[in-house]
Design a protein around this ligand. Sequence first.
Ligand code: SAM
Length: 384
Amino acid sequence: MRDQHTIVITCGKGINGILKDEIEKLGYRHLVVNPYSVEIKGSLNDCMHLNLHLRTATRVLLLIRRFRADNPDSLYHAISKIPWEDYLYDNGYVSVTSFIKNPSIKDTRFGNQKVKDAIVDRIHGQRGRRPDSGPARDGVVIHLHWVNQDCYIYFDTSGETISKHGYRRIPFKAPLRESLAAALVKSTRWQQHQPFINPMGGSGTLAIEAAMMVRNIPPGLNRSNFGFMHLKAFDREQWAVMVDRARENIRPSVSAPIMVNDISLEALRAAKKNAEWAGVEQSIVFDHGDFKNMKIPQPPGIVILNPEYGSRLGEAQKLTKTYGEIGDFFKTHCNGYWGYIFSGNPDLTKKIGLRSSKKSTFYNGKIECRLIEFELYQGSKKND
Ligand SMILES: C[S@@+](CC[C@H](N)C(=O)[O-])C[C@H]1O[C@@H](n2cnc3c(N)ncnc32)[C@H](O)[C@@H]1O
């Protein structure tokens, strides 16, 4: 696996363009952008590098084999021909995940079972011993993508998803997925020498991601287990070099304030704990209170809010006033800033009452959301 393979880096809906930029900045070229992924050519060591550094990705898949299969038996047959004994330890642990759209498969679990059987039978035939298998993603993870007759077999080199960045021990209410928060931060006009203000910070995800970016702390640094570590081809020394280099490149501090505020003390406690796990608690200013009373520093930067958006009936009505107050806060407190609201409720965001300069679509789980940008200056324009 030192040679060049297709590597598919998956992401949430709407994030592919941001992920592409992130991969390019890590030095990779000739990228192919798909709706839910970006493809490059590379080796297992490249997968290690990507797993360590990528903030907006979900997982890093290394293509092992591509073939055609009509039914579960032909799938089994093709997978048995792959020399698994060269890749996997016979005393290891394997799990299988899949995306299947083939008329012969009604339940994807059956497809997964076929793949697993083919792998362990092959290793048993070659080595006289079967690796363990099960649903946990803490050993080797094989991913099957099977649409019509086209089958792709990958190593999921991430194992557990890399969309979680490992620092969130206390979630509080409706936290953003870390990879989505990183994508939101990257979609704003924020420059790292400018203030980053998060007045409804909750468990702190947006600010923690911003601080990790400024400090150059890779999200994979504090994680001890990845799928690639369980492959025979895993180069432990090379991994140690990558990790050491990443540690050496961490900046000791931030150059402009990164502020988290919340009205809930419980949320702030969670945010502080999470920031501590991420290694950035010294880089963030934590404030307790109503966002309307926040003191906003000058010169300006960005102010970003992710208010609740009331998925249940009745909740949204209560939030109407809050969204109106956000508009007033933008106008009266945030002169010269770029303001951002991330919300899944278009009726509520209209209540902000300011003319937006940009809207980008993201998905928070299944909910379609918008990141809405406002240019804030004295007497910012009212909505027409
Ligand atoms: C949807 S949550 C934010 C989640 C956050 N993005 C995260 O990843 O954890 C909204 C937060 O706004 C806070 N909040 C609600 N009203 C507020 C107010 N008037 N002033 C400050 N914070 C407020 C809530 O306590 C809650 O933590």
